[in-house]
Design a binder for this molecule. Structure first.
Ligand SMILES: [Cu+2]
Length: 163
């Protein structure tokens, strides 16, 4: 290696490190200019998503769904075998009440008269839903099917003992 080559390499080395120093010196000046708004936007986005979560998630802890099946002149909870079951709901909870009629050729509805809840009649097979809100205080109410009140009636219980 000649003295000239060594001098050239040393020169390049100095040149590189000088450029690096220059870049490092420039960064702190540039950072607050363009990165600040992105950080603020990211924080706002996270806050927004967290705030929207209760609206997006449903049914939440206070929104439940009850699926009632009208079959063979009786009411059944979806997946349960007991006829005209005691239906339990939490005080103040919002309930999506679904009535499914499995009796072809027979009309059924679902009414809790004292609460003003009505899933309108379904003529033959089909499904209908209404959203209702349970009373804030515990209590016991009767439900019926308007065309068949003798055979299709049961008790709706509003109480805290509902898990
Ligand atoms: Cu009926």
């Amino acid at each position: 290696m000649t003295g000239h080559e060594m001098a050239t390499m040393a020169g390049k080395g100095i040149g590189m490190s000088r450029r690096r120093r220059k870049r490092q010196a420039a960064e702190p000046l540039r950072r607050p200019g363009w990165q600040g708004p992105f950080v603020v936007a990211a924080v706002l986005l996270v806050i927004g998503l967290v705030a929207l979560m209760p609206l997006v998630a449903k049914p939440g802890p206070d929104r439940t769904e009850i699926v009632l099946i009208a079959r063979d002149m009786g009411f059944y909870l979806d997946g349960r075998a007991d006829r005209n079951p005691r239906i339990r709901v939490k005080p103040g909870s919002e309930i999506r009440l679904v009535l499914r009629n499995d009796d072809a050729g027979i009309s059924h509805d679902f009414v809790v008269g004292s609460l003003g809840w009505t899933v309108p009649g379904i003529d033959g097979r089909g499904e209908r839903a209404v959203v209702v809100r349970a009373p804030d205080r515990p209590g016991v109410y009767e439900y019926t099917c308007t065309p068949h009140p003798a055979m299709m009636r049961g008790v709706l219980e509003v109480g805290d003992a509902v898990e």
